[in-house]
Design a protein around this ligand. Structure first.
Ligand code: ATR
Length: 286
């Protein structure tokens, strides 16, 4: 890599940032696409988010990714926010404009691209989402915007599922989201569903756990998408496969959120040949 006076700078703000896979994604993409750009990480404390964003803009930084815990806190520092990102209330990508940064949520664009590629169709389908944290909120908005028939939002703490359901239902003007307790899945028996697993159950190093362990539940799963990518095969995925369903992990979602950000920053389209190569690189990194 030849870093010179014209090399553009992009990076990640968050805390912690040390274990991020984003530098591997963007620096590899820059090399493959022959774009003069480097990507690094910036640890930013909670009180410094606004200063960090304004400072980055002043330093002519081309674009930033934003990670935990700043995805919502960053919004007031932006000049514009993409519609879906605004509804979700979380931004993970900042793109330079004439007046400041515009915010996008490429996490959700990444999942959308993964679903398309794996032929997981949401439109007119019944979807179950497990979990009601930050990721679930974004994914519930995505499934509603993609035209799901029903979205059963199951969470250990029902109250949190109710809050997300109210927000998505009032924004879409429908009752598409039905909040339920995780333990209530037996009420949904008798049909096949697309299930998106967003809880942290099963995440490394707690690899031997899944939010629901009962095989009866897994018999209802036609396609199961876990947003976890470490381990590459979660217990949820193993249980889906054991009952004849198809299962996917979150690696493509992770990769495609990066690809979408890279495309926005550089006004390019990354060919599939490169994203396939990157998947192999990331599998080794993780
Ligand atoms: P994220 O921002 O990644 O979505 P989060 O906001 O911390 O993470 O949310 C974690 C989700 O995983 C929550 O829905 C949590 O359930 P509660 O709301 O009841 O806490 C869920 N979760 C975590 N561990 C779980 C477990 N062992 N079984 C079931 N759900 C679990």
């Amino acid at each position: 890599m030849n870093i010179n006076g014209r090399t553009a700078v992009c990076g990640l703000i968050g805390n912690p940032v040390e274990h991020s896979i984003s530098p591997a994604i963007h620096n590899n993409l820059a090399e493959m696409m022959n774009i003069d750009l480097i990507y690094s990480t910036f640890k930013v404390e909670n009180d410094n988010v606004d200063q960090a964003v304004k400072g980055a803009y002043a330093l002519n930084i081309r674009g930033l990714n934003v990670t935990v815990p700043h995805k919502s806190a960053v919004i007031p520092s932006l000049v514009e926010v993409d519609d879906l990102a605004y509804k979700i209330g979380a931004v993970n990508t900042l793109v330079r404009t004439d007046k400041g940064y515009k915010g996008y949520n490429t996490d959700i664009l990444g999942l959308k691209r993964e679903l398309e590629e794996e032929n997981v169709q949401i439109e007119n389908e019944d979807v179950i989402i497990l979990g009601a944290g930050g990721a679930s909120r974004a994914i519930t908005y995505l499934c509603a915007s993609l035209g799901a028939s029903h979205i059963y939002l199951l969470n250990r703490t029902v109250k949190k599922a109710v809050i997300i359901a109210d927000s998505v239902n009032s924004s879409s003007g429908s009752n598409v989201v039905i909040p339920m307790a995780l333990s209530e899945y037996s009420k949904l028996k008798g049909r096949q569903y697309i299930v998106i697993q967003t809880t942290s159950a099963g995440l490394y190093p707690n690899c031997d756990s899944a939010p629901i362990e009962d095989m009866e539940f897994y018999e209802m799963v036609a396609q199961g998408v876990d947003i976890i990518y470490n381990p590459a095969e979660t217990k949820f995925m193993r249980l889906v496969k054991a009952t004849g369903g198809q299962a996917y992990n979150g690696l493509k979602m992770l990769l495609y959120q990066g690809v979408a950000a890279f495309e926005l920053w550089n006004n390019v389209k990354v060919p599939k040949e490169y994203t396939d190569r990157l998947i192999n690189i990331l599998e080794k990194e993780i």
